[in-house]
Design a protein around this ligand. Sequence first.
Ligand SMILES: [Zn+2]
Length: 242
Amino acid sequence: MAKLTMLGVGHSEAIAHWNNNALITANGRRLLIDAGYTIKFALRDQGLTLADIDSIFITHVHADHCFGLERFAYECRFRYGTRPRLLLPPGVYEELWEHTLKGVMGQVGEGPATLADYFEVERLAGGDFEFEGVQLSYFQNCHTPDKPSYGLMMNGHLLFSGDTRAIPDIVTRLQPRTILHDCTLSPWNPVHASLSELREQYTVEQCQRMWLMSYEDHWQDHEQAVAEVFAGFARQGQAFDL
Ligand SMILES: [Zn+2]
């Protein structure tokens, strides 16, 4: 049985939880959804190391979603001798390599290096891809304006929103049975969905299928109110069947 495990559920400022990264496990192989700067700790908590990851999908280029790639690159190349697949949806490659990683990874002991020296880079197009029998579709969500940022639909029934504000049109069109949705506990945020925005933008029934993720440290202050409207706060280590 394929499953999605939340390796972390924290907002970028959170220290109570690791970065909001997830792991798909299918046929004994592992696809990471984002690799933030806490990824080694998050994998350790699941009894895993960087060497146990076969593929990595990056939803967008923010530190809590991609800074862990520097560790993957160096440790897989120089310690483990592995070269994970790196799956990049449209527009992410340029931000990731040219504007982010090249400064720390573009030069090594042997001389100049490219992203392909560390990873088997696959630049995705067309919206659909597959991992060990799990059907995945990526879609542009509503995060930082004019920045590539994606959510994922998994096996036609689980929607992982990525970092985003409310995306009711997409959720209504895709009709997921289970939703993992970004939320912030602040009253308003220009690039994340507040609790009131979620309640206003989604139907009661959609909220009931919705697990909240990417939240701040004081989540317990809202636990009761959230349980009355939503499925609840997704917890670190929680797994969902795919
Ligand atoms: Zn973000």
